[in-house]
Ligand binder design. Structure first.
Ligand SMILES: Nc1ncnc2c1ncn2[C@@H]1O[C@H](COP(=O)(O)OP(=O)(O)OP(=O)(O)O)[C@@H](O)[C@H]1O
Ligand SMILES: [Mg+2]
Length: 1002
């Protein structure tokens, strides 16, 4: 009822909003009519005139208002240009294929364009021509000259759309660029400089990270701001990809995991569990045989706890009686009153695995097997109690108490780490399957996106799971990587002043778009009525029967030469179906994660007579399928779904592959009780009843629209759950995001600063007083410590007598010191080459930021894992994470400043200059008994060459000079970047060898 009312309200709100746009559509069309009489040049002239006008408006708000005013006219210009191209049958090439322009914007497309311009999501059914729709707002927003971006899901689409729509933009006098994976930085910069730029989300995101986290000069940066972006297939990008962040990684300094160590034991444990479960299952089979259904169900429930994918279990679930017995056992055990019993049941296994929540737990037996000497090795100590006990122990001094607590904390962290490692390995063995969730390639575990079936090289599961799977597969564990820079795609998109999205399927996730991204969804009606016939689902007991039925359906259409597109949820299922079709001698194409390259080409041809195409769920999203000759008369393309997906959205996408632009078409989903969705989230009980009532025989099917509903209920339940998981991931990421923004802003300030000296002085002015407070604003002021710090940081040669710190207040002392330091610094700078000083100063700050930020990222990774483990000790991980992350960040910023101070007098642009500076230092500094100022900077008082002095050679990037055999060798690797072998994969995550990627310029 509630949802019905909601729909009414939402539905009517949408209609009201669209109705309000109708008059503007009329105005656009009036302008279009007027423009028909203009010459090409006059039409084109409008672009330049608007660009000129808008470039003079500095205030973004005002500029935005002006865009709204010219919208009808501007949209009409685009539409009119499209008309001209169509009338002239303008032909051109798109991705090497000849093409003729044949489109003029429909009214609904004008509406879609307005929705996009307003920074909303336009839901337009698949095949409605969203590619063309985007041209309207892109043209309009590009007039500001600040760049408009269109984000696509893969490189092929970026190129196709840039070349295809580029015809229109060029006609109107706008430039269009396209980012491709293998482009060099200078090419990228040119693409970003265009009025409109197409590219994929990961290219945009990685460029952002490289620009803001790695580039050290303006010249090295390729992007130029984040003004307006339209995200195509926005659900796929903001929702499906929400779980894996973009990461640039490099060699790590420390590694704590012990996957290799535990692997052999876990393998044995898994084997033992399999044997145990098989034994229990046989026992259960006997009980069932003897008519003891209750006992049988109970035993099989135990198997389910220990091995959710046990073969015998799956087979028994096909039998309605047994299935009901098992479900009943499960239901009753999860009652609160039977907690104890459930616990005991679990203790009869070695471990339990929950497929739904992806969690695993060791039992007493399991623990004993892994560590027979100390079964407590896997139990987390109750820290809170222990701390209380320590606090209450009056025989301990405060110091001792702290020490003990620290020891207990350390012990607890170690235990937690161990438990975490083992839990990850168990999941890797029991829930993660090769060729389903991942593939192994070139000695690497590559994640397969469960939604698209695409491989995602460079992405990694977090929390150590990736390493666990690597250990399982025996490939090299990437222990040596650490995060150098990272951002989630969502947070990248939050950078844009205005963001819009389009997709065929957003409505089901409208609440999430609204809550998290402040993006509202408008559903745009189709241009022509949808002629697709969606048939009821067909439901079978077993997978086998289901697949047989699928093959029959395919054959039926195939003999008629009607094309069929078959969607699967995994690579494994694609291959199984392909084998079955081969046996039937039905020719077909398979496209899945493994054949990413030809994807678009194959999908394009899926509408030709007699073609059978098997595709993982949405491989080929965005590719246009045109019907071949005669196909429309045979009913158009027929889509077969071989499994309902976790999200309804994905099913709608698959259906939408057919019946585009009012074409005929049909679709049907096949479901079995063995499908993951049905097993884990199906209204299992109800289904079993239905099965019984109908007395399902082998090969028989169920079909009713009520059943579609119960499948959808299951889907909604999963969608809800996944939403919460994504939200949580984002909550964590928000913390990092704020910190990243602060650091990147500071970094850019340094890069852009014309007078970096002011930044240096800012650091001195902030860090010196803070240091003084550390030494002096305590119970017992530590004057000698302070003097020692001063003398090891700056070449001031301060003595107790000279400093007279005791005689002044802390503030006065600060002023005194700052004066001395700036004076010395000015003196040093005066010896440097004037042109080089600025880049040296920038370098000193950047270097400090980069080194410490990366260390910080490492610590944050560890913290995140750590607090997650603390979840065991009943604390809210997110709150813990936020508090500690904040403290760590404050410390980071202080450390950066201290590092800058530390390096101020240890860096030079030129060794000669440095020596001159040293020589100019007052004589007392060089006396034997004087404290050595800047200790390692001027050993022997400048007589020798200073070791470890970093220099900066302008124009050659940041490089280090180290003495080697009396010579100064140039170390070509930027210090802030990890050392990478030339043949190793590039740390930027491109997947290419270092020497062919970022290493090329090194
Ligand atoms: N105004 C138009 N007039 C004629 N044909 C059009 C028009 N707009 C779009 N088309 C055609 O419709 C087909 C589908 O276009 P497009 O691929 O842009 O759709 P889409 O909405 O992006 O679909 P998907 O959701 O699959 O990405 C293309 O063949 C395109 O040429
Ligand atoms: Mg598209």
């Amino acid at each position: 009822m509630v949802s019905w009312i909601l729909k009414k309200i939402v539905g009517s709100k949408n209609q009201r909003e669209l109705r309000r746009l109708a008059p503007i559509v009329r105005r656009i069309n009036e302008f279009d009519e007027q423009f028909k009489s203009l010459s090409d040049d006059a039409l084109r002239g409008k672009t330049a005139a608007w660009k000129d006008e808008l470039s003079k408006i500095a205030d973004p708000e005002e500029q935005w208002n002006r865009l709204n005013e010219i919208l009808p006219e501007a949209f009409a210009v685009v539409k009119n240009a499209a008309r001209r191209l169509k009338e002239r049958r303008h032909s051109f090439n798109v991705v090497e294929q000849p093409m003729t322009w044949d489109m003029v914007h429909f009214d609904v497309q004008l509406v879609g364009g307005m929705v996009l311009h307003r920074g909303r999501i336009a839901e337009m059914a698949t095949g409605e021509g969203k590619t063309l729709v985007a041209t309207l707002p892109l043209y309009l927003n590009a007039l500001t000259g600040r760049g408009a971006h269109l984000v696509t899901v893969n490189d092929y689409l970026a190129r196709r759309d840039a070349e295809w729509m580029g015809v229109l933009y060029s006609f109107l006098g706008l430039t269009v660029g396209c980012i491709q994976h293998d482009q060099e930085p200078n090419v990228r910069r040119e693409q970003y400089a265009c009025d409109i730029t197409y590219g994929t989300n990961s290219e945009f995101g990685f460029d952002y990270l490289r620009d803001n986290g790695m580039a050290t000069t303006r010249e090295q940066q390729v992007q130029r701001g984040y003004h307006y972006a339209i995200v195509d297939e926005v659900d796929s990008i903001l929702i499906d990809e929400a779980r894996t962040p973009l990461i640039i990684s490099g060699p790590a300094t420390i590694s704590t995991h012990q996957y290799d160590k535990w692997k052999p034991l876990i393998e044995q444990l898994v084997r033992k569990q399999t044997m145990l479960c098989n034994r229990i299952a046989s026992e259960a089979a006997e009980k069932f045989e003897q008519g003891d259904v209750e006992m049988g169900g109970r035993l099989m429930f135990k198997v389910k706890l220990g091995q959710p994918r046990n073969k015998q279990l799956l087979r028994m679930m096909e039998d309605p009686d047994k299935r009901r017995a098992i479900d009943k056992a499960e239901l009753s055990f999860f009652q609160d009153t039977r907690k104890e019993e459930l616990f005991l049941l679990k203790e009869e296994l070695f471990f339990t695995i929950d497929e739904k929540s992806n969690e695993s737990d060791l039992s007493e037996q399991g623990r004993a097997f892994l560590n027979p000497d100390d079964p407590n090795a896997f139990v987390l100590p109750d820290l809170i109690n222990e701390f209380t006990e320590i606090d209450l122990d009056s025989s301990l001094s405060d110091e001792e108490k702290d020490k003990r607590k620290a020891e207990r904390q350390q012990h607890c962290d170690e235990q937690a780490e161990r438990i975490h490692n083992i839990s990850n390995l168990l999941r890797a063995y029991c829930v993660f399957d090769k060729d389903v969730q991942y593939v192994v390639e070139e000695n690497k575990v590559v994640i397969v996106d469960e939604f698209t079936g695409r491989k995602m090289p460079g992405r990694r599961w977090s929390d150590g799971l990736h390493q666990a799977v690597e250990a399982k597969e025996g490939v090299q564990i990437d222990r040596e990587t650490q995060t150098l820079a990272t951002i989630t795609i969502q947070n990248y998109f939050r950078l844009y002043q205005k963001l819009a999205g389009m997709t065929g399927t957003a409505e089901t996730e409208a609440a999430e778009f609204h809550d998290i991204y402040k993006l509202d969804v408008n559903v745009i009606p189709t241009n022509r009525p949808v002629a697709r016939k969606d048939h009821n689902d067909r439901i079978y007991k077993t997978r086998r029967e289901k697949y047989n039925a699928v093959i029959n359906q395919i054959r039926e259409h195939h003999v008629n030469q009607q094309p069929v597109l078959v969607g699967t949820v995994s690579v494994e299922a694609s291959e199984l179906l392909s084998r079955m079709l081969k046996r039937e001698k039905i020719p077909h194409n398979v496209l899945n994660a493994k054949f990413h390259m030809q994807e678009a080409e194959i999908v394009q041809r899926a509408g030709q007579p007699g073609t059978v195409t098997i595709s993982t769920n949405m491989a080929g999203r965005g590719t246009d399928i045109k019907l071949g000759p005669g196909v429309a008369d045979k009913g158009g393309l027929f889509v077969v779904g071989t499994e309902r997906h976790e999200a309804r959205r994905i099913d709608r996408q698959l259906r939408g592959r057919c019946a585009r632009q009012g074409d005929p078409g049909g679709s049907r989903f096949y479901v079995s009780f063995e499908d993951d969705l049905m097993r884990n989230f199906g209204a299992a009980d109800r289904m079993t009843k239905i099965m019984e009532r109908f007395g399902l025989e082998e090969g028989q099917e169920l079909e009713h629209r009520w059943l579609n509903k119960s499948v959808e209920t299951a889907q909604k339940r999963v969608e809800q759950r996944n939403y919460l998981i994504r939200k949580r991931t984002l909550d964590f990421d928000d913390v990092m995001n704020m910190q990243r923004e602060v650091v990147y802003t500071y970094r850019n300030e340094v890069i852009d600063s014309e007078e970096p000296r002011t930044l240096i002085y800012e650091v001195i002015n902030e860090a010196v007083p803070a240091k003084l407070k550390e030494y002096l604003e305590v119970d017992e002021p530590n004057y000698s410590g302070l003097i020692n710090w001063v003398n090891t940081t700056f070449p001031l040669g301060l003595t107790k007598e000279k400093a007279q710190f005791e005689t002044r207040s802390v503030d006065e002392n600060a002023q005194f010191l700052i004066g001395k330091i700036t004076e010395a610094y000015e003196r040093k700078s005066s010896h440097e080459e004037s042109g080089a000083v600025k880049s040296l100063e920038r370098y000193i700050i950047l270097n400090a930021i980069d080194r410490l930020w990366q260390e910080h990222l490492y610590a944050m990774d560890a913290l995140r894992e750590g607090v997650y483990l603390r979840g065991y000790a009943q604390k809210d991980p997110l709150i813990e994470y936020k508090t500690e992350a904040y403290d760590m960040f404050v410390e980071l910023m202080a450390n950066i400043k201290n590092e800058v101070l530390h390096n101020l007098f240890r860096s030079t642009s030129n060794l000669q200059a440095f020596e001159n500076f040293l020589a100019s230092l007052p004589q007392f500094l060089l006396r034997e008994d004087a404290p050595t100022a800047g200790a390692d900077a001027i050993p022997g008082g400048g007589a020798k060459r200073p070791a470890g002095v970093r220099t900066n050679i302008p124009g050659a990037g940041t490089q280090a000079l180290e003495p080697e055999n009396g010579e100064y060798a140039i170390d070509p690797v930027r210090r802030s970047l990890p050392k990478v072998g030339r043949n190793e994969p590039c740390p930027c995550g491109s997947g290419k060898k270092y020497k062919n990627c970022c290493g090329r310029t090194a």
